[in-house]
Write a protein that binds this ligand. Structure first.
Ligand code: ZN
Ligand code: ZN
Length: 264
């Protein structure tokens, strides 16, 4: 079992150091973990209202710390980051990321313009927008993220549902269209168990997306999105059962940005 989405205290809204996350991973019997803390937004030329990513000044320390841990750990430890996809900043993002040797890069959408729509403090904004349009806007960004070629994995694919706001009309066309783009881009989709801990109480992505991924042979990987050491591996056994039910029996792992499929 693998957990490819672990944060650290460096991002400012998580707790614990990498060694503490590793200890829980070993205790829970994981064979491989990956740290994917929030890449400094300031390096991508974006300053949100509240700081939600690692400060740029800590990036080198983060990398050094994970590389040290790799040497001491009894299980495989991957060095990764979770990077915001910011439309219009693709070439800057590419240039900035090219300086580092990550095992994989998770691309995520947390912002629609200046709105951090995953942040509980800004949940009220959902009441002021058309949810049908919001979903179109969000999945258009996800499609651009995939097509940009900047990332290996798309993080929490349908996190727009986090606070249980769903479109009124049928949005299966968005699922179909998005999966076609993901397949063409040959990007991996993260099965992120933090959705079960969020108000929506559903895994990211949900069953319609996962069935479509299975049908279209889109590779999947697994992550808990742990922001505390105790959350390492949270929900992974459920995710495994869920995927097996859907006939999905393998997951993607990454080294130096090369993907390998492994039995689940
Ligand atoms: Zn976070
Ligand atoms: Zn995220």
């Amino acid at each position: 079992m693998i957990d490819y989405h672990l944060h650290t205290a460096r991002c400012g809204h998580a707790q614990g150091n990498p060694a503490e996350y590793l200890a829980v991973a070993v205790e829970k019997g994981l064979s491989e973990i990956g740290f994917a803390d929030h890449f400094p937004l300031e390096l991508l030329g974006f300053t949100p209202q509240e700081p939600v990513s690692m400060p740029a000044a800590e990036l080198d320390d983060y990398i050094h710390e994970i590389k040290q841990l790799q040497k001491q750990a009894d299980i495989a430890v991957k060095l990764a980051v979770e990077v915001d996809y910011l439309p219009g900043k693709e070439s800057l993002t590419k240039q900035v990321l090219s300086a580092y040797d990550f095992d994989y890069i998770i691309g995520s959408v947390h912002f629609l313009a200046d709105w951090d729509f995953t942040h509980p403090a800004h949940q009220k904004r959902y009441d002021q927008v058309d949810i049908d349009e919001l979903y179109v806007q969000y999945f258009t960004l996800i499609q651009q993220l995939a097509t940009s070629g900047l990332f290996d994995i798309v993080g929490h694919l349908d996190v727009i549902k986090k606070f249980s706001y769903f479109p009124r009309r049928d949005w299966s066309f968005l699922v179909d269209e998005t999966c076609r783009v993901l397949k063409k881009a040959d990007i991996c989709v993260e099965v992120n168990t933090s959705g079960w801990r969020a108000p929506v109480k559903e895994v990211y992505p949900g069953v319609f997306f996962l069935s479509k991924c299975k049908e279209m042979k889109i590779p999947l990987t697994l992550g808990s999105d742990a922001h505390r050491p105790q959350e390492v591996a949270s929900g992974l056994q459920w995710a495994k059962l869920f995927l097996h039910k859907l006939g999905i029996n393998e997951v993607a792992t990454f080294s130096a940005r090369r993907r390998t499929m492994r039995p689940l």
